[in-house]
Design a protein around this ligand. Structure first.
Ligand code: TMP
Length: 215
């Protein structure tokens, strides 16, 4: 099936602890400094749909894995098509960088409730132009997660191992579907990862690569 590919839409993907949130913050600051119209955003969102998802992830609200899969796709739909959402902003010429997108659903919900449901729920969403996959071993990802004060439901070693395998299968499935996939070695220091991302984004945003010290 050929899905539309949205130009100037970039997605970060990776395990918990891969560093996507840190890199999103750094990239947002760099884009701001370069005065490039942009929106850095994430899923789950801060919309009402995303807030319910967060409560489930924290274990504050109980939901079946299949319900959570549907909540993620509902949140994604709002994120894409809601007022001031991704489609509206792309239409205004903004560069969108999103921490997690449908590949997270295929990987995590694939592990949690089988692949058929997340695949069906996400079949109609458009693809980004670029996916940056933050690659690191599940053991290192979990070392980072365990240093944090709070833990979410997918943040266990066996789950992260399985999610990593599911990501591999997902990226293979989506290669050759019109979007670029870039793997970044996320085991490296923050500044090195940031420099690799800036390099990759030069084509999209017309910004010069910066070293970590500029960020
Ligand atoms: P975060 O910690 O990067 O904010 O992501 C929240 C958690 O939600 C993380 O464990 C990945 C998971 N997740 C899914 O299971 N499915 C999804 O579709 C998305 C966007 C995130």
């Amino acid at each position: 099936m050929n899905r539309p590919v949205l130009r100037r839409f970039v997605v970060f993907e990776g395990l918990d602890g891969a560093g996507t949130t840190t890199q999103l913050r750094l990239l947002g600051a760099a884009l701001e400094k370069a005065r490039i119209p942009h929106w850095v955003t994430c899923e789950p969102t801060s919309l009402p749909t995303g807030r319910i998802v967060r409560q489930v992830l924290k274990g504050e609200v109980d939901a079946r894995p299949e319900t959570l899969a549907r909540l993620f796709s509902a949140d994604r739909h709002e994120h894409l098509y809601g007022p001031e959402g991704i489609m509206v902003r792309l239409g205004r010429g903004e560069l969108i960088v999103c921490d997690r997108y449908l590949f997270s659903s295929l990987a995590y919900q694939g592990v949690a409730c089988g692949y058929d449901l997340p695949r069906a729920l996400n079949a109609a969403f458009p693809l980004p132009e670029l996916v940056i996959f933050f690659d690191l071993p599940a053991s290192l990802a979990m070392d980072r997660v365990e240093a944090r004060a709070e833990r979410e439901i997918f943040e266990t070693r066996p789950t992260q191992e399985r999610v990593r395998e599911a990501y591999e299968a997902t990226l293979t499935e989506f290669s050759g579907q019109g979007m670029k996939i870039l793997r970044v070695n996320a085991s490296r220091p923050v500044a090195e990862v940031a420099a690799a991302i800036m390099e990759a984004l030069r084509d999209f945003a017309g910004i010069e690569p910066m070293t970590g010290k500029h960020l």
